[in-house]
Design a protein around this ligand. Structure first.
Ligand code: SAM
Length: 243
């Protein structure tokens, strides 16, 4: 994939669209606190964020500066911030229903919620996070990056079912499936679905959640790999439909 991406810095010629879009990342990243993207990441970022790439870079800049000083991200994550974190989350974007609503539970540093809100500006996002300092940071970032399709609420997910109902509920690194299901169930209506970013433990977590899945009358979970064509490491998602 990287072979086909012209390097704007080296003055290589490419498709006219590439020439317009690819330098945006290179220009904005250079000289700031954002690690440079390799060619494959740059192309994936361009495909996913399109004309919101500048905003995505600004979000990443926050992650790599105030995100670290506020304890939301470990400094060792900086070199892999694009591939392992932001792009890894952003690949869920195309899975979201047009004009729909998403509740992102335990957003922490805005992953996946803020990354997805930048990919899908037709979708309304509610970020649910109980920790005050994290909520303050998220509010600051939403304002500073200029993301208009996000609200942040300070709460535990299981407490806000009367206030938040979503077409899709997302979560990453919040809890094992058997706890995550009861926690997020109040946010679902009859046609909602759960999209949880998981790692290699996905299969074992599904096994351990069988009783809970039956109790909440949920369909059997599916494990999907997303972003195989554009990411060096695809994202593992556990998808559970109510109907
Ligand atoms: C390990 S962090 C993961 C943050 C982010 N999703 C990520 O992938 O980087 C887990 C987050 O879940 C939040 N959390 C824990 N229990 C929660 C609950 N019951 N409802 C909502 N958020 C919760 C924590 O405050 C924390 O910010």
């Amino acid at each position: 994939m990287s072979d086909s991406v012209p390097d704007p810095a080296a003055g290589e010629a490419g498709h006219p669209d590439d020439q317009q879009r690819l330098p945006v990342t290179a220009d904005v990243v250079e000289g700031e606190a954002v690690p440079a993207l390799n060619d494959a990441e740059r192309q994936a970022a361009d495909v996913l964020f399109g004309d919101r790439l500048r905003q995505a870079v600004k979000y990443v800049e926050h992650l790599c500066t105030t995100g670290i000083s506020h304890g939301l991200l470990g400094p060792r994550e900086v070199p892999r911030i694009w591939g392992r974190h932001v792009l890894n989350c952003a690949v869920l974007g195309p899975e979201l229903p047009a004009g729909g609503t998403v509740a992102d539970v335990g957003s922490g540093a805005g992953l996946p919620g803020l990354a997805l809100a930048l990919v899908r500006d037709d979708v309304e996002f509610t970020l649910i996070e109980p920790m005050e300092r994290r909520v303050e940071w998220l509010d600051t970032v939403v304002r500073d990056v200029g993301i208009s399709n996000v609200r942040v609420i300070r709460a535990r997910a299981e407490e806000v079912g009367d206030e938040v109902l979503a077409d899709v509920v997302t979560a990453r690194a919040v809890s094992a499936l058997k706890k995550l299901i009861p926690m997020t169930f109040p946010l679902l209506d009859d046609e909602s679905e759960l999209l949880f970013l998981k790692g290699r433990s996905a299969g074992a977590e599904i096994e351990a959640a069988q009783k809970v899945l039956r109790r909440f009358r949920l369909n059997p979970p599916e494990i999907q790999l997303l972003g195989e064509e554009i990411l060096e490491e695809p994202t593992t998602v556990v998808r559970i439909r109510r109907q």
